[in-house]
Design a binder for this molecule. Structure first.
Ligand code: SF4
Ligand code: SF4
Length: 472
């Protein structure tokens, strides 16, 4: 029944295969010989399959777990260096016809403020985001064919790309909308979106149907097969994720990797990103009512194992997580984080009043973007606002080919430094600027290719003179 190449959800995410995998992992969680073999394979940095990774997730031998953490750190350094790409979510509308029991936007929640931004309000929001220094957004909307039709999404994307305010510009818009048709995915591709993001929430069909009792999202197969339709519509960068805390984490983890294997097997390209959200408190939602919550330690182990299992896939962590948790998992393979986020509709231009609650979840990390940039620099990371690959057409298999050959290192490092320099010139506070400029001087020296180094020096100098938007 299990078939990674099938286009049927229940065959490429086979419940039977996941249960077999979990039993296999349980039976082998103390099998040191097998665990060593799997770790040796992981050290080749070409990834692990869902069975192998599940054994490591079940394993509780401290030295072996430490080896996995060390390897995750090494892979992170080899593929992504010390760069962290920054982005912000932008909530356009919280109208939604679905009944997801873990989300305050569910249809039956009558005491949340419903809002949908007009194009004029979008201009205000994006101007505020540009004034913070953001270049990369993820737009978020509930599912509502009347209030949030595809035409509204397309018009909003056009508005956002068109806003030029001072030196600001949004150079990449990732889109998180409900599962839709091939035709609509084609329209999103034509609107030049970056990544199409859709969280599976849970791969367990039975739980999925219970957690989504009403609305179009109730259809497990339609939701699970969405990425195949997106790829058919020409979108080759897709972002997966599960909402940890809804189901057993080991089940979800196996399902997530099987989904990645399926995309690779059918389309030749794995997921561009994987997000690792955990369920959070929000209006009408109490995370304690879900009894599958995961501890910070398990969360860190999952992050490390995702890094080891799919080295070429970016990993995203949001402001759902606290500063402390973010610090713990950043070195284990996270490549993108959000910063200065507001999870309410219209929260950037004017912070929302308490009685006007339209937020999807409570933000744990409340710091401003400048504080996040400053913190990253203090931790030894290069905050990056790079969007170069997408704008150079390096998406899908072209991106993956670069990544798999580790050639991406020749682009990412100088691009990170150039976009950081733009940020420091245009938006940073005094202290952040001084630290950032010193970091750029130090990091420029690490570029080994003399031609790239010379060009990067010249561009960074020119940014100081007022020029913008250089990229490799
Ligand atoms: S998770 Fe998405 S689809 Fe479900 S209620 Fe919230 S906004 Fe709607
Ligand atoms: S060069 Fe490409 S992979 Fe590297 S940070 Fe920029 S957009 Fe991402």
């Amino acid at each position: 029944m299990y078939n990674a190449k099938s286009l049927k959800a229940e065959e490429f995410i086979s419940d039977e295969e996941i249960l077999d995998t979990l039993a296999y992992a349980d039976a082998n969680k103390d099998n040191v010989e097998l665990i060593d073999e799997i770790i040796a394979k992981a050290k080749l940095q070409k990834g692990l399959n869902h069975r192998e990774a599940s054994v490591l997730l079940a394993c509780e031998i401290p030295e072996k777990i430490q080896e996995v953490y060390d390897l995750a750190k090494k892979i992170k350094e080899d593929y992504y260096g010390n760069r962290i790409v920054l982005f912000a979510p932008l909530y356009l509308s919280n109208y939604c016809v679905n009944g997801c029991v873990y989300c305050p936007y569910h249809l039956k929640n009558k005491h949340i403020a419903r809002k949908k931004l007009t194009q004029e309000e979008i201009v205000k929001e994006v101007t505020a985001l540009q004034d913070m220094g953001h270049k990369r957004l993820a737009i978020e909307l509930g599912e509502d064919p009347v209030n949030n039709p595809i035409e509204y999404v397309l018009e909003s994307i056009k508005t956002i790309y068109g806003i030029k305010h001072k030196n600001g510009a949004i150079r990449r818009i990732n889109v998180n909308i409900a599962a839709t048709t091939v035709e609509n995915y084609r329209k999103l591709k034509e609107a030049e979106i970056g990544t199409y993001i859709l969280f599976q929430e849970t791969y367990n069909k039975k739980s999925y149907e219970e957690l989504h009792p009403t609305g179009p999202k109730h259809d497990y197969a339609y939701h699970t097969e969405a990425m195949d339709r997106a790829m058919e519509g020409g979108i080759d960068d897709v972002g997966l994720g599960v909402l940890f805390g809804l189901e057993m984490y080991r089940y979800e983890f196996a399902g997530l990797l099987m989904h990645a294997e399926h995309l690779e097997a059918v389309h030749g390209v794995g997921p561009h990103t994987i997000s690792v959200p955990r369920i959070k408190r929000a209006d009408d939602i109490d995370p304690d009512q879900f009894d599958n919550g995961i501890s910070d330690d398990i969360f860190a182990k999952i992050c490390a194992l995702i890094r080891v299992s799919v080295p070429y896939t970016g990993m995203i962590i949001s402001t759902r997580e606290s500063q402390a948790v973010r610090e713990k998992v950043l070195p284990l393979g996270v490549s993108q984080i959000s910063g200065g986020s507001r999870t309410s509709v219209g929260g950037y231009a004017e912070p929302e009043q308490e009685e006007d609650n339209s937020a999807q979840f409570d933000v744990s990390d409340q710091r401003s973007l400048d504080e996040v940039v400053d913190w990253l620099i203090d931790l030894g990371y290069i905050p990056s606002f790079c969007t170069a690959c997408y704008r150079e057409g390096r998406t899908g298999d072209r991106f993956m080919a670069l990544c798999k050959n580790m050639q991406i290192l020749n682009c990412c490092h100088p691009n990170a430094l150039m976009t950081l320099k733009e940020y420091l010139e245009d938006y940073a506070g005094e202290e952040t600027k001084a630290k950032g400029l010193a970091l750029i001087d130090k990091e420029l020296e690490k570029i080994t290719n003399p031609k790239v180094k010379q060009t990067a020096y010249e561009h960074i100098h020119d940014i100081g003179e007022g020029k913008r938007d250089f990229r490799f």
